[in-house]
Design a protein around this ligand. Structure first.
Ligand code: CDP
Length: 216
């Protein structure tokens, strides 16, 4: 089996930035699994459908392939997309269809060396046998401040209170859903990035990975 690094955590915990950096460092392929759920939502909207309809969401999930152009569409990036994604993500059939996509990715990662997947259920459901698992956390306030900075940087006019409230609602939905809830795998290393910048988080993660899978 090729090496797999599983990185989970709530919104704006820093897992996306960290995952990209780890993948680049080891020459592994990176899959942002949140973009799959976001893409399912946007595909249904583009088709003129209702993402709350499980049949429509499932059809969009089945049609998604690694070549789908929608996966890099800027329309996926907003907080509205994230909130809507967390609703299709609670549908068991959608999750099952996207599980096939993710298993195919780790079996045949672009570049053929190994993969880094980030999401909510990578260490628990998608790749429970991954040799290296990180669960990235940070306080809700720190995460909301990061997200506000990111969104304002992208030109969006948002308030901290609204972002914090949306984030708490999404955390709640992700943690309470029946299928694949957001939870740390028992064998995941917990990394709290509340007081770490991106460089410090990367150094701390590399330290763990050195110990877990002998990567330099
Ligand atoms: O970047 P951020 O953490 O804010 O969001 P994301 O990782 O793109 O995920 C958006 C939503 O997709 C999450 O709130 C989850 O509901 C869902 N998701 C999931 O259920 N399972 C995953 N492996 C990844 C995302």
């Amino acid at each position: 089996m090729l090496p797999i690094i599983a990185i989970d955590g709530p919104a704006a915990s820093g897992k996306g930035t960290l995952s990209k950096r780890i993948a680049a460092h080891y020459g592994f392929a990176h899959l942002d699994t949140g973009s799959l759920y976001r893409a399912v939502w946007l595909s249904v909207i583009w088709a003129g459908g209702d993402p709350a309809n499980p049949d429509m969401a499932l059809a969009a999930a089945i049609a998604l392939t690694p070549q789908s152009a929608i996966l890099s569409h800027p329309g996926l990036r907003g907080d509205d997309a994230a909130c809507a994604a967390s609703k299709v993500a609670a549908m068991p059939a959608v999750r099952a269809a996207l599980l096939d996509f993710q298993h195919e990715f780790v079996a045949n990662p672009p570049g053929g060396k190994g993969s880094v997947l980030d999401g909510r259920d990578i260490g628990t459901v998608v790749c429970p046998d991954a040799p290296a698992k990180l669960f990235i956390t940070a306080s809700a306030e720190v995460r909301a401040e990061r997200r506000v900075k990111e969104l304002r940087g992208a030109g969006q006019d948002v308030s901290l209170d609204t972002v914090l409230a949306d984030m708490r609602a999404r955390d709640e939905r992700d943690s309470q859903r029946a299928v694949a809830p957001l939870v740390a795998a028992p064998d995941a290393f917990l990394l709290d990035t509340s007081s770490l910048d991106a460089n410090q988080a990367f150094e701390a993660a590399c330290e763990v990975l050195r110990g877990r899978i002998g990567l330099a």
